[in-house]
Ligand binder design. Structure first.
Ligand code: SF4
Ligand code: SF4
Length: 592
């Protein structure tokens, strides 16, 4: 039976069919749907959200050593977080097979950077697979687990945005209930103390040689001979793009197993074609190795090393063919950067911050990162998850040393707090920081699409669980100055921030209100009530002062001709933030 699946859904199906028993991840575009789909195989696979990628990988390592086939998935930057266990697990090897999915984001569609995680395979000395469509994504999970068990190594599988989110037909199969391997205590394998690690280090080199032999033999790397004038070596989605451009007018060496590279097969292919192109998305990962082996080829001289690749770029750069595109006047297109939603509880918090002087706002990665957009402009930095808190601490220390009257205000969300904010906060407590740390708890992992987290009361597979109380955690870490406030109550927010900024010690403000888009649980309804509704503007009272517009709520519209503000009924949720800021009491909630 065939089904139309995205690459992410296909990976999940592959895990199911290949007998994966345990899977863990932290959500992040473009990888999120892998674990959301695996979660639907409840009963066969234990699927979990971990608080961060390092924990996800470490949990999967435990499951592998216990003897089960396992999977860990993450977006590209997540592998940076998980790199520590990865590099040592590459030494110890597996018991049950392990595949690690890295979903890279060429073109930086929804990330803070662009990185080519194929480099991690080479760096960690582990094998790597690169699917180019959904069928391959599914099949390669099985291959990866078999390679993992045969060569005693974790295997990296690199997806990219286009493979993750495009749909293609996939042939489905039954689940292969692979028996769990027995757990065997083996300190010479799993206890990576220096004496053991030295021996394992040598074994890795032997393993890489065997893997290169495998790479030359495996059907994952295959040659399609057509016209011999042009030869193309390509991997991942770049292979699909190359085929779209050259069709039968070129021969191909399709690389599915891309580390270690099949150098014998590459030499053989290169000897049969006149001009050899290496087409790959982002870094010259294959090209550099091919050139280092003395094989003449053309790669990044013609194919860009940054941004998302597509067939038009290949056709233009290699064949000089330009596809006709519809031209339009870009200057008249309104720029619509993403903004905080109408009714977003973070708006009240940031609205207060816009009024403050002499503060540096170190943000983290999440919806609240959108606070840099006008009219709020309430953000100074954004580096990676957890960094907002740590950076605030470092900056505050420097401001203090030089007697500058500057205060740092760090901002992160509930999920980010669990991800890596806890350790950053602990560092600040330990090192006697006096910055202001703010945790914007909107009761869900917002930006990645509403995944559960340790604070929400539910597991990924829908089971009720313990709700971790953020305020209690903060106090337990040693913070004495803590306040939890409703960010939509402007006076409450202002009081808390006045208090925090005047405090000489580390202070934590927790804003607690559910994301406006959240499907409320019974507990949410009990805690926050049913506040939703609609607000309207009384034209007779509105003087067009635009103070309400400064909240940045996209439901508010100012009409220049009338010099009045109105509220878009389809967007407003009646959070009443604008009601509180209007000096003329021109805004009211329907029914109040
Ligand atoms: S704040 Fe009130 S008076 Fe001023 S523009 Fe908005 S609705 Fe009109
Ligand atoms: S009440 Fe005001 S601030 Fe809240 S969503 Fe409606 S228009 Fe926006």
């Amino acid at each position: 039976m065939k089904e139309l699946l995205t690459g992410n859904e296909a990976v999940a199906r592959g895990a199911y069919e290949a007998g994966v028993v345990y899977a863990s991840a932290y959500p992040g575009t473009p990888s999120t749907e892998i674990m959301e789909t695996i979660a639907t195989y409840k009963g066969d696979i234990i699927a979990e959200w971990a608080p961060n990628e390092k924990v996800a990988l470490e949990s999967a390592i435990g499951a592998s050593i216990a003897g089960a086939r396992t999977l860990a998935s993450m977006k590209h930057v997540g592998l940076n977080v998980a790199a520590d266990p990865l590099f040592t697990f590459a030494y110890t090897g597996v018991n049950g097979g392990m595949v690690i999915i890295s979903a890279d984001d060429p073109g930086v569609h929804s990330s803070q950077n662009e990185q080519d995680n194929r480099n991690y395979a080479k760096f960690a000395k582990i094998p790597m697979l690169e699917p180019s469509d959904s069928q391959e994504a599914k099949d390669m999970v099985r291959y990866a687990l078999e390679i993992s068990e045969k060569y005693d190594t974790p295997v990296l599988m690199r997806m990219t945005t286009r493979v993750c989110h495009s749909k293609s037909l996939v042939e489905l199969a039954e689940r292969n209930n692979v028996p769990k391997k027995p757990y065997v205590k083996n300190l010479q394998k799993y206890d990576a103390v220096p004496a053991v690690a030295k021996i394992l280090r040598e074994k890795i080199e032997e393993r890489l040689k065997k893997l290169e032999d495998f790479s030359n033999e495996t059907e994952l790397n295959f040659i399609e001979m057509n016209d011999s004038k042009i030869g193309v070596i390509a991997s991942g989605v770049a292979y699909q793009y190359a085929k779209e451009v050259f069709k039968d007018g070129a021969s191909y060496l399709k690389i599915g197993f891309s580390y270690p590279l099949p150098m014998k097969k590459i030499k053989e292919f290169a000897s049969k074609v006149e001009t050899l192109y290496v087409i790959e998305e982002l870094d010259p990962f294959m090209e550099e190795q091919i050139k280092a082996a003395g094989i003449k080829c053309i790669g990044k001289e013609k194919i860009p090393a940054m941004g998302e690749l597509n067939p038009d770029i290949i056709a233009k750069n290699l064949l000089g063919k330009e596809n006709r595109v519809i031209e339009y006047d870009r200057s008249i297109v309104a720029k619509r950067p993403p903004v905080l939603c109408a009714g977003c509880p973070h708006r009240g918090f940031f609205y207060d911050l816009t009024k403050r002087k002499d503060i540096v706002i170190t943000s983290d990665i999440g919806c609240y990162g959108l606070s840099s957009q006008p009219p709020l402009n309430a953000k100074d930095t954004s580096i990676c998850m957890g960094a907002g808190f740590s950076m605030a601490h470092g900056a505050q220390k420097v401001f203090n040393k030089f007697n500058e009257k500057m205060k740092t205000v760090a901002v992160l969300g509930d999920s980010t707090f669990f991800h890596s904010g806890i350790t950053s906060l602990l560092n600040a407590v330990y090192n006697k920081s006096n910055a202001v740390f703010c945790i914007l708890d909107n009761r869900i992992t917002g930006m990645t699409g509403h995944q559960e987290n340790p604070g929400t009361g539910f597991t990924l597979q829908g089971d009720p669980t313990v709700i971790t109380d953020i305020e209690k955690v903060v106090r337990a870490l040693g913070v004495e100055n803590v306040r939890t406030v409703n960010p939509l109550e402007i006076s409450e927010m202002k009081d808390a921030m006045d208090w925090a900024l005047s405090n000489e010690e580390l202070t934590v403000i927790i804003t607690k209100w559910p994301c406006v888009l959240k499907k409320l649980s019974q507990k949410d309804k009990d805690d926050f009530g049913d506040y939703k509704g609609l607000c309207y503007v009384d034209d007779n009272k509105c003087i067009g002062c635009k103070i309400c517009i400064k909240t940045g709520c996209p439901a508010l519209k100012y009409d220049k001709k009338l010099n009045k503000v109105s509220i878009d009924k389809t967007q407003c949720v009646g959070c009443k933030l604008c009601v509180q800021v209007c000096p003329k009491k021109a805004i009211s909630k329907v029914g109040e």
